[in-house]
Design a protein around this ligand. Sequence first.
Ligand SMILES: O=C(O)CCC(=O)C(=O)O
Length: 400
Amino acid sequence: MDSEQRIRDIITTCLSEISKEGAFTGNVPYFTPSPPPKHFKNPRITDATPQNHLYTSTLHHLQTQSPQSLSHATALHEHTHETLHTLPYNLIPPQDRTQYTHATILKACAQLLCNDLPAAFQTVDIGLVMVGSHPILHALITSLEDLMGDRDYTYLGTQFPKLSDPEPTITHPAPIIKAPSVLTFQTYLNQNKPILIQGAVEWPALHLWQNPSYIAQQAGNRTVPIEIGKDYTEREWTQGFVKVGEWLEEVVKGRGGYLAQYDLFAHVPQLRRDILVPDYCFVDDNDSDDGRDVLLHAWFGPKGTISPLHHDPYQNLFAQIVGTKFIVLYPPDANVYPHDTDLLRNTSQVDVEHVDSSKFPGLEGRLECVVRPGEMLFIPKGWWHYVRALSTSLSVSFWF
Ligand SMILES: O=C(O)CCC(=O)C(=O)O
């Protein structure tokens, strides 16, 4: 089949799939937007008329294969994108997310109609970053990847830079254990104590991810969010998007942003095959629901990335795959001088590598370790943790 026919087929399939979900067309429940929360008054949320009109006109232009579909789809996409930003993420009604997803698909179809395959690919990929995961977006990205064909990434080489910062002297070592049974692990979890687990990570990733060109073959074309700047408490810190292949080009030169706290595995399912959720995540935890999900995050970056001392509301198994990281921990009740703004209340003001004890006295309960490939640190819920990459580093955390 020629590529023009394939593009026409992709567009037809997309239009048919989104019409089944009916996010704009009055197929309840999506049509009537739910009222915004009481404290939030934004007329855009309640007035769905412009986007329903834009949807109808975009659809018409796509069905008649008119190039005008692009301007209509772009306007619809912008409209739904703005709606997403009128509320904090957890308050966005599901239908708003679905409308944004459908607008993303329509815009990509219009870009395909204009023969701009790379732009269509980018539109769908950023859509996936915004909404997490959606079956039509995944299917579309797979079809577009097939159309784009393979790229050769061998120029990235087969190894990440070996350069490392010197390892800090460990004065308060975290306890270490070799591949404990799940029952033994349970005793640490019950005591709410961190433990460095050796020999428990035996996944394909431990071998495959040492090679940057392998990662690029799986994900080189994909767009992911990236953090730029020293750490998230600094004024000049910002976020952006980058293609994994371009980001790897920087990382193999020892620089680049931090692909941090991102579910790369929902975004690029090929990489998910290289890792396993540890059995330890399923031990009995009185605090959690039985049917809980384990949240996976990638933390991929060059030497020198820093996550300042902070805590999270989850148990965490933090697995190191490539390179080394220096981690400092303090217990949940330690006096760590959190910031007093809402946004940074879970983050300490203390620079734990240069503690100024005249400014921040009484800091107690410190533990430290260096995590190496194949090791996994258990960070119990509420424990404060600081993380600095001593070399190029790829880690995966499992929050449960
Ligand atoms: O590796 C990092 O930079 C931070 C990891 C972290 O904070 C976490 O897993 O919760």
